[in-house]
Design a binder for this molecule. Sequence first.
Ligand code: ZN
Ligand code: ZN
Length: 169
Amino acid sequence: MAAAVNTPTPEIGTTNHTDDGYDKKCIFCKIVKGEMGTELLHNDETVCCFRDIHPGAPHHYLVVPSKHVGNCKSLGKEHVPLVEKLVETGKEILQKNNVTDLSDVRFGFHWPPFCSVTHLHLHVLAPISQMGFMSRLVYRLNSYWFITVRNQKKHPTIESAIYYNLVYN
Ligand SMILES: [Zn+2]
Ligand SMILES: [Zn+2]
């Protein structure tokens, strides 16, 4: 059996962030680059989607920007098209996986410091009706730790993403 070993090229004196939006210390950057062997359900130059390793629902996907973007506190007006793309991709992935009842799904971000990974990631969970007690707590609607695309209104720093209220209400 051929041993396929990915030996990282040592780099000296570089910072974490490189020009192509890759953070060497970030696990999601590595996943997007295919360095973790994670199955990518969607991957283009803007967004990437893969399964959450600790699923909180029968369907639990993470949709992330392909380039490193910090947590939702760092979002500004310029990120609206990106957030929109994350949501659209999440919906497409659900549909591809035969989740058609979009009223029984949840889309949201963990509010810092409740993010385990700083790389911006949208949680896509379905069906909500099959989520267990702990998952309901961790991904709770209208909690201060889990920001659904709907209730971002409460968080002024991502006020610009409010128009999702229109889409998801
Ligand atoms: Zn990253
Ligand atoms: Zn999270």
